[in-house]
Design a protein around this ligand. Structure first.
Ligand code: HEC
Length: 453
């Protein structure tokens, strides 16, 4: 039993009380016209707890409250940011679909876990890009491609092309591999650096379970947040105007699969999937939110309602939710597109909430790309202090993002995607509990110490 949990038992009653009287500041940037969207707050502040709306409070009402929190978090993290990651003031959310967002200014996994367990650069100081990317970024920065959108910031490097545990890559309608990146906020990064968890030896010396700081509604202090994003190349069948876009250095990483050759291209990509995990005082198992682009895939059992899907061609005879045949190599172009279907439907309440937010976002800024995103659901611990179940009895039991857990959707116990249950298995390089993140497993051995042994 982790010590956090013991402390949290003390807070549980407080949490239940606090949930009813939300004291967080609610800033409304811009005004919303009348209608059923008038209670939508579009703000850059990240909620640290739910606002309880249920009378009486039920599992369903709490699910609704967590889903509201997810939307609020999604908006706050996608808020236009200055290069230092602080949210820009006096902007209309949705105005600049390719500008830098708060989370895009965070540290990525490849900047934190360096070769030979080296100490990462300080927050705000960028890491060098992979050598093969250097010439490209310099040339393009010079002719202004990037400076147009991301002043002073080297584009993020997308260096992963597969889903968890080699379940497979996801191929888009142009035959390209979907690319992924993982980033953490400053609080999470600071904890890793302070405790030297960026290296194998550091974790060994640390010698206990990881216990990241949580967001505290009482002090307003932000805790650990980590995100994982899925992107597709904006070309061919995709219309960039429908997506949140960015310039990224798309890197084929030789360490990912046998046979992959190091290569790097500057590419305009569009956001198709987005995971957020946020550790809060009330939810030490973290709150797991997942969003997708609305056109990703149709839902099994529901009628096709679009003429085009990002990952589904009705005419394709390719088997549904099947990864491509091996060998996998992100450099391969023209791979048969994956035919994706959503297995678990989005529930009616989340659908209504999505409509409410999409309408509000569209009202705030006509043509806002953010109105093209939807919440799939939020997984949260219904019994955070449970002694018998370290995962805190998550609800819903199963949750998957069609672009991030494509091949493990569904409701098969022990098999289908359950965010908290799977992440509960994550450990550090020494086998100790990593506090629900797979990031710490990436720590490498420091070379000097290695030699001395
Ligand atoms: C079967 C196990 C599994 C399931 C289910 C799963 N993940 Fe993960 N997740 C991983 C692994 C492994 C990584 C590390 C990177 C990788 O291999 O893709 C990861 C990475 C992440 C990250 C980046 C931080 C980290 O720990 O590396 C976030 C955030 C995340 N997942 C959120 C979610 C959410 C939200 C869900 C549920 C909708 C979910 N995951 C379901 C295995 C899983």
């Amino acid at each position: 039993m982790k010590s956090t949990f013991k402390v949290l038992i003390l807070f549980i009653s407080l949490f239940m009380l606090n949930a009813c009287s939300d004291k967080k500041e609610k800033k409304v940037h811009g005004s919303l016209p009348n209608g059923n969207t008038s209670d939508v707050v579009i703000s850059a502040s990240i909620p640290t707890q739910i606002t309880s709306t249920g009378k009486p409070v039920t599992l369903e009402s709490l699910q609704h409250d967590f889903d509201e929190l997810s939307w609020q978090t999604f908006i706050a993290l996608n808020w236009p940011a200055n290069t230092d990651g602080t949210p820009k003031k006096n902007v209309t959310f949705g105005e600049n679909e390719s500008g830098l967002t708060v989370w895009q200014s965070w540290k990525s996994s490849r900047e934190i876990f360096l070769p030979d367990g080296k100490k990462p650069n300080a927050w705000g100081e960028e890491e060098n890009t992979p050598i093969v990317c250097d010439s490209i970024s310099a040339a393009d920065l010079k002719n202004g491609i990037i400076t147009l959108t991301q002043v002073g910031k080297t584009p993020n490097v997308l260096d992963e092309s597969g889903e968890p545990f080699q379940t497979g890559p996801l191929i888009d309608q142009n035959g390209n591999y979907t690319r992924y990146e993982i980033l953490t906020n400053e609080v999470m990064f600071d904890y890793i650096v302070k405790n030297k968890l960026y290296s194998y030896q550091g974790q060994e010396t640390f010698g206990e379970d990881a216990d990241f700081p949580f967001s505290d509604p009482d002090t307003g202090k932000e805790g650990a947040i980590m995100v994982k994003a899925a992107w597709i190349k904006m070309e061919g069948k995709y219309d960039a105007r429908n997506f949140h876009t960015a310039y990224a250095l798309v890197y084929d990483n030789p360490h990912e699969q046998a046979g992959v050759k190091s290569s790097c291209k500057l590419v305009k990509v569009g956001l198709v999937g987005f995971h957020i995990a946020h550790k809060t005082k009330g939810d030490p198992q973290w709150i797991w939110s997942t969003f997708e682009h609305v056109a990703n895939a149709p839902t099994q059992g529901e009628a096709l309602n679009r003429s085009f899907y990002n990952y589904h061609d009705p005419k394709s005879t390719y088997p549904v939710n099947e990864p491509p045949a091996r060998p996998w190599n992100p450099a391969n172009v023209g791979t048969t597109p994956t035919k994706v279907e959503r297995v678990i439907p989005i529930d009616a309440d989340a659908k209504a909430l999505n409509t409410k937010y999409q309408v509000a976002l569209e009202k705030m800024f006509k043509g806002s790309v953010w109105a093209n995103y939807e919440l799939i659901s939020t997984q949260w611990p219904t019994d955070a202090t449970s002694v018998s179940d370290q995962t805190g009895k998550p609800a819903p039991t199963f949750l998957a993002n069609a672009t991030l857990e494509t091949y493990i959707q569904g409701k098969v116990p022990q098999t289908s995607s359950n965010c908290i249950a799977c992440h509960n298995n994550a450990s550090m390089t020494n086998g100790m509990f990593s506090d629900f993140t797979y990031l710490l497993q990436r720590a490498e051995k420091e070379k000097e110490l290695e030699k001395k042994k």
